[in-house]
Design a protein around this ligand. Sequence first.
Ligand code: ATP
Ligand code: MG
Length: 388
Amino acid sequence: MREVLLLKCGELVLKGLNRGRFESRLLHILRARLAPLGDYRLSISQSTVYVEPQGDAPVGEALEVCRRVFGIVSLCCAAVCPKDMAAICDTAARYLNDELEHTRTFKVEARRADKRFPLTSPQIGAEVGARLLEEHPHLRVRMEGAERIVKVEIREQYAYVSGERLPGAGGMPTGANGRAMLLLSGGIDSPVAGHMMARRGLELGAVHFYSYPYTSEEARDKVIELARILSGWTGKLTVSVVPFTHIQQEIRDKCSEDYFTLVMRRFMMRLAERVARHQGCKALITGESLGQVASQTIESLNATGSVCRLPVFRPLIGMDKEEIVVRARQIGTFETSILPYEDCCTVFTPRHPQTKPKLENVEKQEENLDIDGLVEEAFAGIERITLG
Ligand code: ATP
Ligand code: MG
């Protein structure tokens, strides 16, 4: 039985004049993401993308890839058959046989894109429904609140019987809203923050600060692995790995201990902005959540945010840790994030960090540092790694 994928587009439906642009972006992304699996023919009509495998291109793996493409609200496999009622009923009976064994209530919804088809939609629905009842006498038809809605669609060339509908990744196609730079640590929060903003149609770049030898090779590999998992959602993702050791040593030698983390965070923001501008990103993204640690109080966020001009997106700001963990599990980063390697934030951690810093005091702490020189030096040492 020949199968295709049907992908239901999300918010693009609402986008009026932008719709064409969004749809072509989504098709472009799908083509790129599916290309490594084989040859697929893609078309879009009435907010549904049809993905037709050519030759021996696999359906199941393509489904897994498409589940992680932003801009798709739901998706399913569908069986393809000739446009006559006998074939449609046979296909529905065979294709849905196993699934309907475990279903109690159903209804058939038919749609004709081809209005020349001799039966009306309600007639098609009634015939297919009758056939499925014959095959599975335990089933009951329910027009409202049916457990399973079997969709039959008559299009130009073929008819399609849909399989089980799965939730898609939602959001908007990658890049529809521009590009932003994610500050990616090895923790639980920043990969989730990146995923949330990528889902809103942002193409991501990532920047990671590491302090070899204070932080290990393993800690760095862990971040690369997190980026690889994220790239399963975002497509190609480049991580700029920034050497941060010298900056941290300078801070340790020239600032008072209670300001270590704040001054360090301000350097991260400066460098992230520098990298962002270099790569055409128009915002920064962090995994900060209000009150989670000393550097995430209102005063601390103000002190760290004030060194950059680009908008800083903090999608987790109002979320509890438990909620963030749920999302980390859903997107597949949790198990990697909890591997026990140190982050540069845990190097030279103050015993009593400032929680309500005054901006002028933080600035005073930086007076003995060659800020521009240190930023330039770190920027020059960046190594880029592309995943996905
Ligand atoms: P996470 O779980 O994302 O590490 P966190 O709760 O540990 O966050 P912090 O360590 O204060 O919080 O970091 C706050 C944010 O700063 C992170 O979410 C991340 O966006 C950024 N950040 C922290 N450390 C790094 C790093 N080594 N490289 C890049 N970004 C970092
Ligand atoms: Mg962290």
